[in-house]
Design a binder for this molecule. Structure first.
Ligand code: THU
Length: 164
């Protein structure tokens, strides 16, 4: 029995700051940063903002909405996807910028890493509309990561095909 080693190769862009982005991307990130202000995060004090541009050009925002019963809370990315699903069903999302303001810390300067549940939800939307979603990840300042396809963040994923 032969052992096979599979490798997963993943590349993403790293930029020093918002100033290095195109004006379109800089706008999305700047709006994601602003959207952190409308997060409802009295329990974690970790306010997340997401801001997306759809293929039609429309913009949709999302922020985390927490609950005293902690697991009831929803992340910014999934709040955004729920809005897109209701307001613009099946419309592709070109790019989603995500930022956070951590009120527990005096710096929010490292790119945000979306949680596993959101990676799964974002991937579902990519599959649903058959178009990858570009991600722009950052904090309130500092470095920016750009990932061409959100599903790159979820190798060996579970998806609808597994249910067939
Ligand atoms: N959170 C998000 O909204 N998105 C992420 O990608 C990571 C975590 C929220 C969930 C919770 O309200 C708070 O951040 C702390 O985990």
């Amino acid at each position: 029995m032969a052992l096979k080693i599979n490798k997963y190769h993943f590349e993403f862009q790293e930029l020093d700051s918002l100033e290095d982005l195109t004006s379109e991307d800089a706008f999305l990130l700047s709006e994601a940063r602003k959207t952190t202000a409308i997060a409802y995060a009295p329990y974690s004090n970790f306010k997340v903002g997401a801001y997306a541009q759809l293929a039609s050009g429309a913009f949709v925002a999302g922020s985390n909405q927490e609950n005293a019963s902690y697991p009831v809370g929803v992340c910014a990315e999934r709040a955004l996807l729920a809005s897109v699903g209701q307001l613009f069903p099946n419309e592709p999302i070109n790019t989603m910028a995500i930022s956070y303001h951590n009120l527990n810390s005096n710096s929010s300067n490292r790119p945000l890493s979306p949680c596993g549940m959101c990676r799964q939800a974002i991937q579902e939307y990519e599959t649903r509309v058959n178009q990858p979603i570009r991600l722009i990840l950052s904090g309130m300042e500092g470095k920016v990561f750009i990932i061409e396809k959100a599903s790159l963040l979820l190798p060996l994923s579970f998806n609808g095909d597994d249910l067939k």
